[in-house]
Design a protein around this ligand. Structure first.
Ligand SMILES: NC(=O)c1ccc[n+]([C@@H]2O[C@H](COP(=O)([O-])OP(=O)(O)OC[C@H]3O[C@@H](n4cnc5c(N)ncnc54)[C@H](OP(=O)(O)O)[C@@H]3O)[C@@H](O)[C@H]2O)c1
Length: 224
């Protein structure tokens, strides 16, 4: 069966480009969204060159075009630009599942958990995009470091939260396709906890002089 096309808004960046590589490798056509269509095309060519033969197409577009073209939209931009970016993709995203990987951080104290007034960045996004959009928050705790390395065996889990059953099922499929164990962490309101955990991981990285610490949920049977 034809896999849905994924538009990765900010897919030129560290986190987004790693996800692009993993999803294209798993057979999902990907459209990289950028403020510059030219930059998106360049990064698309770079990522295609990283992948072994047989991957799904990777193309580039402006953010608005990508959101309109993709069956699923993934938002992977810095929190400071979330509201502006949501405005640009709002028309194209209506009626679709939007996965957000955005983490709200408050510089300079990025290792201290901080919540926006809406509760979380994901809830803020839901309020801005409206009810026809099903938001799922995921990948907040997955460092970009190893994402492009297809030989890397993830030793951390992806916690995902959301309020729509269908969207959550689709999100779990994308998480598994990217090579991770997907853990349903409940409703979108819980995204505040998952987002907040990233600040803890940033501090844990600094104190342990590492770059890619992560979390794993124990006690759940998994076939490994
Ligand atoms: N890096 C990680 O390890 C990691 C881990 C988990 C979650 N996250 C979260 O994932 C999101 C993306 O992280 P990242 O590290 O990939 O970020 P990034 O590389 O700094 O930015 C991603 C992309 O967003 C666009 N962008 C940057 N500044 C912008 C602005 N002011 N206005 C509009 N667009 C802008 C850029 O794309 P164009 O220039 O092509 O438009 C950029 O390539 C963030 O919310 C981050 O907190 C990151």
């Amino acid at each position: 069966m034809q896999k849905p096309a994924i538009a990765v808004i900010g897919g030129t960046g560290a986190e987004g480009s790693g996800l692009v590589v993993r999803w294209a490798h798993a057979g999902y056509p990907v459209i990289i969204g950028s403020r510059s269509a030219e930059k998106a095309d360049t990064v698309a060519a770079e990522l295609r060159a990283l992948l072994p033969a047989g991957h799904a197409p990777i193309s580039g577009a402006t953010n608005a075009e990508a959101a309109a073209t993709g069956d699923i939209v993934v938002l992977s931009v810095p929190y400071e630009s979330q509201a502006g970016m949501a405005e640009q993709i709002a028309a194209g995203a209506q009626g679709k599942m939007v996965m957000t990987v955005v983490v709200p951080l408050k510089p300079p104290k990025v290792s201290i958990a901080w919540r926006p007034e809406a509760g979380s960045a994901a809830q803020e996004l839901q309020a801005q995009l409206g009810e026809s959009v099903q938001i799922v928050a995921a990948f907040q705790n997955i460092a970009a470091g190893h994402l492009r390395d297809l030989d890397w065996q993830p030793d951390c889990d992806v916690l995902y939260t959301g309020d729509g059953k269908e969207a959550k099922a689709a999100a779990a499929e994308l998480i598994r396709a990217a090579g991770f164990f997907a853990v349903d962490a409940g409703p979108l309101a819980n995204s505040a906890v998952v987002e907040g955990f990233t600040a803890l991981l940033i501090g844990i990285n600094a104190r342990n002089k590492v770059k890619n610490s992560g979390i794993r949920i124990t006690g759940i049977p998994r076939n490994e």
